[in-house]
Design a protein around this ligand. Structure first.
Ligand SMILES: Cc1ncc(COP(=O)(O)O)c(C=O)c1O
Length: 364
């Protein structure tokens, strides 16, 4: 029998060398840690949707009779419904187990060890994570102080080994959009430009209509945020047809489980419910923004998404994060080179805003 050390020697070097992703933790784990009942936890750290999915979706999940059968590997019904919702056609669509899976699949299609992927931090951590898994080389082109992307620097960084450029719009965690003319400039390069629109429904802006006319534009979307289905994992992308052809080849046949497909299809049939909860979140975002701006030790950034980024000017972000945690209020704390002393607060229900603001007022 061999040894654990010999087994490690068999592994690829990239996974061994890379940094692990830091995911958020679920409510029940958080509630056990701080000894507060799960229903009392105010969870504003994951940009999830506090309203959840509609009653119709829950009924459809309960009534579905075919969980013992594999789902459609071609995702025919789902792709048709997603295309109708996104104003596209099914030949341009692929669904994934969250948009995380699509980020991974795109990189597995394009990136060989040593190839370059452009990332614009501060941004969503899965782009460098999945690049690392493929052995790719993440080229960081930092955002400007106001979190806009540096188009000239990105274009200058693109060379023959650059395969993919990732831009989240609205960006997580800064909440700002990248304007269409800037995306058009990036499309002039030979790289695949992935516009990650995970928060599109909260901004009302999408570039999906451009995909059929651009051979290098991909738009990613998800049901985790506006549709309240983060736990079921359903993302999709709008891709040029030839990219769809190869992604369909390399994806796992049954990558989107039946429950996620049922929930997504029923969500789209009950679209008024989702439009109402999205509107409630957008309205609450405005109220939360106003209330946070009343705290003079915070610099609060405008947001087109379902979260708000704040720079903590008194250097006490870590203390505030921990103190909120003790009270059962969870927000995201950043202490990275680009974001020192920042908090990102997801938009919850009005009562969550009230609890959070009262706690913050008490603190400083
Ligand atoms: C910009 C961005 N893209 C993608 C995702 C992941 O979405 P999904 O749950 O569909 O994997 C997130 C989640 O936080 C995100 O912020």
């Amino acid at each position: 029998m061999t040894t654990p050390e010999n087994i490690e020697r068999l592994m690829r070097p990239e996974p061994k060398a890379m940094k692990a992703y830091t995911p958020i933790e679920p409510s029940d784990v958080l509630s056990q840690r701080i000894d507060i009942p799960a229903e009392k936890v105010v969870k504003l750290d994951g940009n999830e949707n506090p309203y959840g999915c509609s009653a119709r979706v829950k009924r459809a999940l309960a009534d579905y009779p075919y969980y013992h059968l594999y789902p459609d590997p071609e995702q025919r019904e789902l792709r048709k419904a997603l295309a109708a919702y996104a104003g596209s056609s099914p030949e341009h669509i692929i669904a994934g187990s969250g948009s995380d899976e699509l980020i991974d699949l795109i990189l597995r299609l394009f990136v060989e060890p040593g190839d370059k992927v452009i990332n614009c931090p501060p941004t969503f951590g899965m782009y460098p994570f999945s690049t690392d898994v493929c052995g790719g080389n993440t080229i960081n082109i930092p955002r400007e102080p106001d979190f806009t992307i540096d188009v000239a620097a990105i274009k200058q960084a693109v060379d023959k080994r650059t395969k993919v450029i990732f831009i989240a719009s609205p960006n997580n965690p800064s909440g700002n959009l990248t304007p269409e003319p800037e995306v058009l400039e990036l499309l002039e390069t030979a790289a695949v430009v992935v516009i990650d629109e995970a928060y599109s429904e909260f901004s009302g802006v999408t570039l999906a209509r451009l995909v059929p006319t651009c051979s290098n534009l991909v738009v990613l979307r998800t049901f985790s945020k506006w549709a309240g289905l983060a736990g079921l994992r359903l993302g999709y992308g709008i891709f040029p047809r030839n990219i769809v052809k190869y992604l369909m080849k390399i994806k796992q046949p049954y990558n989107v489980n039946s429950a996620a497909q049922v929930a997504a299809l029923e969500s789209l049939k009950d679209i008024d419910y989702l439009r109402n909860t999205t509107t409630a979140i957008v309205q609450e975002r405005a109220r939360l923004l106003t209330q946070l701006r009343e705290l003079d030790w915070l610099e609060v950034y405008p947001s087109q998404a379902n979260f708000i980024l704040c720079s903590v000017l008194n250097g006490k972000a870590k203390m505030i994060h921990q103190e909120l945690r003790r009270k059962g209020i969870f927000v995201r704390y950043f202490d990275t080179p680009e974001l020192q002393d920042y908090l990102r607060i997801s938009v919850g229900k009005p009562e969550h805003t009230d609890i959070l603001i009262a706690a913050l007022r008490e603190m400083c």
